[in-house]
Design a protein around this ligand. Structure first.
Ligand SMILES: [Zn+2]
Length: 490
């Protein structure tokens, strides 16, 4: 089964292919397995499609909304399936639906139905399409409680439906510190998708039942972070924070707190370099020669996938591993022509584990690590930085392998925003995102994952020399611009 673009994956698109894909983020300790499971149940369609999200103790999920003669319809069986035992049977014009022991009967082309022994009037005709029963979406707020035997809150405008008492509430306050921090506390752990653009940071809640505080618009007594707004639309919610400076987000309190603060000046960061961590299952020592503390390379470029591991199938002929290799070679060339010594981690169709990639990178003592991915969907370039689980942070002199990146998150986010700014300046669509992603978590220097999509909808363009050269040159220029900042750290 193709997971399809309908399944939302926060991270490079190749991660959608398989939950066992080596890039799939390791279970994020801060967030419970239940949340990870819920997120995999969540179905999303392309942005222009209408969908409804359902939040319940059993599952959080989204379903497509169908337009039929100007009315919005939902498949009743699909709606109840994640909530419990269901069955349905079509008999001529009649459709019998069963949820546990609650029976309902509908008739095609009619508004009158029987639900749990009582008459029920639909606001528009019931539809039967190839044995699939469809009800008007606007009746869900009254129909579902009859069948479920419990309360349902349906926000029809945003198409978000809450079964029982599942809403996640939050408070948001800006501290009086310098620089100010916006601290957002949630009543349950959240794992939003975070995107930054000039002037704002957007936290999208695609599978959490987050609801608005008293008012949709929040204002703060801060010149730097003056306001935020809570937006709900098409089965999703987002908190959009406005600011006069670039912002970054970190998680705390097991995912119940998100702290948003200005991206610091890289040069101002003072931290002693931590010991180079080793992977849990150590393999042959790193192969990179040279004095361990000397920075031989400015950049390590890592073409993701390779060998037996093909990555995403970008088209029938095109494997991601070949595109990342071709692109990696061009990027190395672009960096070296700017005088930036570059180590290409894989210069052939070879297989490397994520631990090997991280270990080789860490022993190269480069200034920045860039791993490359390619995707058939989307447009332009997405730049990811690692979200490091807070509760595996190292204590004392020993650095946990999974939190190798912890001391470098600010540096990486700063490098990521610098790179995105340069790409945007070159008129390339670019976004920065934060996600738990290996091997970024294990890297002990500034680390970015760069995912390149074709310029428009023409997937063959992603392998064209002109396009790759254009993007590689822009990335190299962006990295050259921030070189001084990156190297200013002790
Ligand atoms: Zn990939």
């Amino acid at each position: 089964m193709r997971w399809s673009k309908s399944l939302r994956w926060v991270g490079p698109a190749c991660g959608r292919l398989s939950r066992r894909h080596p890039l799939a983020a390791k279970p994020f300790v801060a967030f419970s397995a239940a949340i990870l499971l819920a997120s995999t149940l969540l179905l999303y369609s392309s942005p222009e499609e209408k969908h409804i999200s359902i939040y319940s103790n059993a599952a959080n999920y989204s379903l497509p909304v169908l337009d039929r003669d100007g009315d919005e319809y939902i498949g009743l069986l699909e709606l109840f399936e994640p909530l419990g035992a269901v069955s349905a049977k079509a008999n001529g014009n009649h459709w019998k639906f069963r949820y546990y022991d609650v029976e309902s009967e509908f008739a095609a082309g009619q508004t009158r139905a029987r639900v749990h022994g009582s008459d029920f009037d639909l606001p528009a005709n019931f539809l039967l399409e190839n044995g699939r029963g469809l009800v008007p979406m606007s009746c869900l707020g009254t129909l579902m409680p009859r069948i479920l035997g419990g309360p349902v809150t349906f926000n029809q405008n945003s198409r978000r439906l809450f079964v029982g008492n599942v809403a996640v509430h939050f408070t948001a306050q800006v501290s009086k510190t310098t620089p100010p921090k916006l601290v957002v506390n949630f009543s349950a752990p959240v794992n939003p998708m975070i995107a930054t653009e000039p002037g704002q940071l957007r936290m999208a809640f695609n599978h959490e039942a987050v609801v608005a505080p008293g008012s949709q618009a929040l204002t703060f007594d801060s010149k730097i972070i003056p306001s935020a707004s809570f937006q709900e639309n098409n089965g999703s919610a987002a908190l959009v924070v406005s600011a006069t400076v670039p912002l970054m987000a970190t998680f705390a309190n097991n995912g119940r707190t998100v702290v948003i603060e200005p991206v610091p000046q890289v040069a101002a960061q003072v931290q002693s370099p931590p010991a180079v961590p080793r992977p849990p299952n150590s393999f042959a020592p790193p192969l990179v020669a040279g004095a361990p503390t000397a920075r031989r390379y400015f950049a390590v470029v890592d073409p993701s996938h390779g060998g037996e591991e093909r990555g995403a199938s970008l088209s029938a002929q095109l494997a991601e591993k070949d595109v990342t290799l071709a692109f990696g070679r061009r990027l190395r060339q672009e960096l070296e022509t700017r005088g930036l010594a570059t180590l290409l981690l894989r210069d052939s169709d070879s297989t490397l584990s994520l631990d090997q990639r991280a270990s080789l990178t860490n022993s190269a003592h480069a200034t920045i690590y860039i791993c490359l991915h390619a995707a058939s969907e989307g447009e332009g370039v997405r730049v990811y930085t690692a979200l490091v689980p807070t509760d595996t942070e190292s204590r004392g002199p020993f650095l946990s392998w999974d939190a190798g990146q912890a001391g470098f998150q600010l540096l990486s986010q700063s490098a990521g925003s610098g790179l995105v700014a340069e790409l945007q300046y070159k008129q390339i669509r670019a976004r920065s995102l934060i996600t738990p992603l290996r091997p970024l978590n294990n890297i002990t220097t500034a680390a970015l994952a760069v995912e390149v999509s074709p310029p428009a909808d023409d997937i063959s363009e992603i392998n064209s020399a002109t396009y790759q050269q254009f993007i590689a040159s822009a990335i190299a220029a962006g990295l050259a611009n921030i070189r001084d900042k990156l190297e200013a750290r002790p």
